[in-house]
Design a protein around this ligand. Structure first.
Ligand code: ADP
Length: 331
């Protein structure tokens, strides 16, 4: 989910993608497990097990699927749950796959029900039933598929129905990156973009990147613009900080959505608890966006709590937004 970026930005984003597991920063556990899955399938001479990758946007799910295909030396097909509305859409994709191909399905939890059911059989038996005709005259024509590897991505594994989750041989959960890991991502990107940045400059950008490589790279490009306009040759902490203040990325890396969620919680619901859908309406977003894009980071930062009765703003959230912490607030 790149969200409203210019085409040029997408080109740069693609150029910054690591091409192999070695260049992929962080996520040590997932990387090691995945390397093992790929090695085993190479030894067996078969296509790799289906892989499910879960985690918030921008942590490297698409990048990993590209790396899997590259490491297996097979082609990659990219599609997404929302693009597959009918079982026929999926049948068309599946039946055109070549032997061993990796099929990446982003936002796999948003596929339609009939397509999902077709996918079960395809994943398990490499076969689909194409239904021809309607009503009593309908017949199912079985179609054999070449073996392929499905890489599914979802912002939350819990959003997937059990039977679909169970059909993946390997599930990797991507975690937010540490500031040190983001510095590595930024160093690599700065090298590719031919930018001079001091260590303190990298630290400043990494600290505001919400634990997310995509955001780190995006902020680096904004800082690059700023440096160009201000004729700054070398980006230090002060330059980075001045640039990012201008783009409304605060010291903790919270963006506008993060802040509006916390601000609504505090000013409209007195700090909560309030239900997810009510909170989402208050900030004018889909509940899924609030839950999978904003909340994971706010929870990790100890700013927002999820309770059985709803979402609450924790004490550091009040302080961060400049409000006095009322008595009885946790955190
Ligand atoms: P997702 O599919 O999870 O939304 P992407 O795979 O599209 O995320 O990653 C977004 C961008 O972040 C990519 O363009 C890539 O350059 C960068 N990126 C993601 N993960 C890493 C990583 N581990 N190391 C270096 N760069 C990364």
């Amino acid at each position: 989910v790149s969200g409203g970026e210019e085409p040029e930005e997408r080109v740069i984003e693609a150029a910054l993608r690591p091409k192999n597991l070695h260049d992929f920063v962080g996520q040590h556990r997932v990387r090691k497990q995945l390397a093992l899955v790929l090695e085993a399938s190479r030894i067996r001479g078969r296509s790799a097990d289906h892989v499910l990758l879960s985690g918030p946007p921008g942590l490297g799910k698409t990048t990993l699927s590209m790396i899997i295909a590259a490491e297996m030396n097979v082609p990659l097909r990219i599609s997404s749950g929302p693009a597959i509305q009918h079982a026929g859409d999926l049948a068309a994709i599946l039946s055109s796959l070549s032997e061993g191909e990796v099929l990446f399905l982003d936002e796999i939890h948003r596929m339609s029900r009939p397509a999902e059911e077709m996918l079960y059989m395809a994943m398990e038996d490499f076969r689909v039933d194409i239904v021809v005709g309607k009503g009593a005259g309908a017949t199912a024509i079985p179609l054999e598929l070449p073996p392929f590897t499905l890489v599914g991505a979802t912002t939350r594994a819990g959003l997937l129905p059990g039977p679909l989750r169970d059909r993946f041989g390997f599930t990797g959960h991507l975690e937010f990156y540490s500031v040190e890991e983001l510095e590595l991502v930024l160093r690599r990107s700065a090298g590719l973009l031919d930018l001079k940045v001091t260590s303190a400059g990298f630290a400043e950008i990494a600290g505001r990147s919400r634990g997310t490589p995509r955001i780190a790279n995006r902020l680096l490009r904004r800082v690059r613009d700023w440096a160009l306009v201000h004729a700054v040759e070398q980006i230090d902490a002060r330059a980075a900080s001045a640039a990012l203040d201008m783009y409304e990325v605060d010291q903790r890396g919270l963006d506008r959505l993060d802040r509006s969620v916390l601000d609504a919680l505090i000013t409209k619901f007195n700090g909560g608890p309030v239900g997810l859908s009510t909170l989402a309406i208050a900030v004018g977003e889909e509940p899924e966006t609030v839950e999978t894009v904003a909340e994971p980071f706010l929870v990790r930062e100890g700013l927002l709590g999820r309770t059985p009765r709803g979402r609450i703003a924790l004490a550091p959230a009040w302080t961060h937004l400049g409000y006095a912490v009322p008595a009885g607030v946790f955190g």
